[in-house]
Design a protein around this ligand. Structure first.
Ligand SMILES: C[S@@+](CC[C@H](N)C(=O)[O-])C[C@H]1O[C@@H](n2cnc3c(N)ncnc32)[C@H](O)[C@@H]1O
Length: 282
């Protein structure tokens, strides 16, 4: 007699398997992957613990679990994530938006008037641009990235969230941005020093786009370029706001100050880590 694989039994097996593969929260990831396979939410899963799984369901789920055991991020396997409580499609062409980046959106909203012009440099999935366009219905947003594949994902996310008419997606280079008079320039640029890449978790190191991670020798390359260009990107009293990595806030604040920006402010994330640096053009 062949063994019956119920939902609960599959979950227990998966949690153990993923834990052995070094995945944190293997049980939770298993639940989310199984819920996606069965077209249920997690509560639906709990209500179906005793349900036997069909061979075709087991086969599809096995593929998901194999990918997660190879440390592919859950969000790439599901193809979706949430940022600013909005849905975003994600593919390996874009960095998976992080909750920390919501701090950057919060700080931008504090400094935005009703109809600001906004530049998002290195838009990736479009997380920052889409969240701001969603919050500020009269904003005009330009979102730049050097990756055409990322821009295609970002455009899809603007459509998904009903803001596609108000974001202009442009291929461009953060080291050579066109002069303008934006009210707000925002960026979560690549900021990891190249020598630190081998120390990252496999999910990040082996699966997220290298171009979204590496910020040159010391991780500060993009900030130097953004600080240098800030005076020709912003109107008077406009703000540059950047997300920074752990331990970078002081150096970035200094770069902004040296570039002639004032009212330099640093905002910590909810873990107390300085995460956003802002400076205002005089
Ligand atoms: C850390 S990711 C941030 C993505 C998104 N803004 C977010 O916060 O989730 C950095 C982004 O900058 C883009 N990028 C890297 N180098 C660039 C360059 N020289 N010019 C324009 N964009 C660049 C990458 O393609 C990537 O999408």
């Amino acid at each position: 007699m062949s063994e019956t694989w119920t939902v609960l039994k599959v979950l227990q097996w998966t949690a153990n398997y993923l834990q052995q593969a070094g995945v944190d929260n293997g049980r939770l990831d298993g639940e989310l992957l199984l819920a996606a396979t069965l077209g249920l939410d997690r509560v639906g899963l709990y209500l179906n613990y005793d349900r036997p799984m069909e061979p075709a369901e087991l086969e599809g789920f096995r593929e998901f679990v194999k990918r997660r055991a190879r440390r592919e991020p859950l969000q790439y396997i599901l193809g979706t994530t949430e940022f600013w409580s909005l849905p975003f499609k994600v593919t390996p062409a874009v960095l998976i938006p992080r909750p920390d980046t919501e701090i950057l959106v919060e700080e931008a909203l504090k400094r935005a008037d009703d109809a600001p012009s906004i530049l998002d440099v290195g838009t990736g999935s479009g997380a920052i641009a889409v969240a701001l366009a969603h919050e500020l219905p009269a904003a005009q947003v330009v979102a730049v990235d050097c990756s055409p594949e990322a821009l295609a994902v970002a455009r899809g996310n603007a459509t998904l969230n009903g803001v596609d008419g108000r974001i202009s997606f442009q291929e461009g280079d953060l080291f050579a941005l066109e002069s303008a008079e934006y009210d707000l320039v925002l960026s979560n640029p690549p900021y990891i020093p190249v020598a630190d890449i081998p120390t990252l978790m496999p999910e990040v190191r082996d699966h997220e786009p290298r171009g979204a991670l590496v910020g040159g020798e010391d991780g500060l390359e993009a900030y130097r370029a953004l600080a240098r260009q800030a005076p020709t990107l912003l109107r008077a009293q406009g703000w540059l706001l950047v997300e920074v990595g752990i331990g970078q806030a002081e150096a970035v604040a200094e770069l902004l100050e040296t570039a002639g920006l004032g009212h330099i402010a640093v905002r910590a994330d909810y873990a107390g880590i300085p995460r956003v640096v802002a400076g205002q053009k005089p």
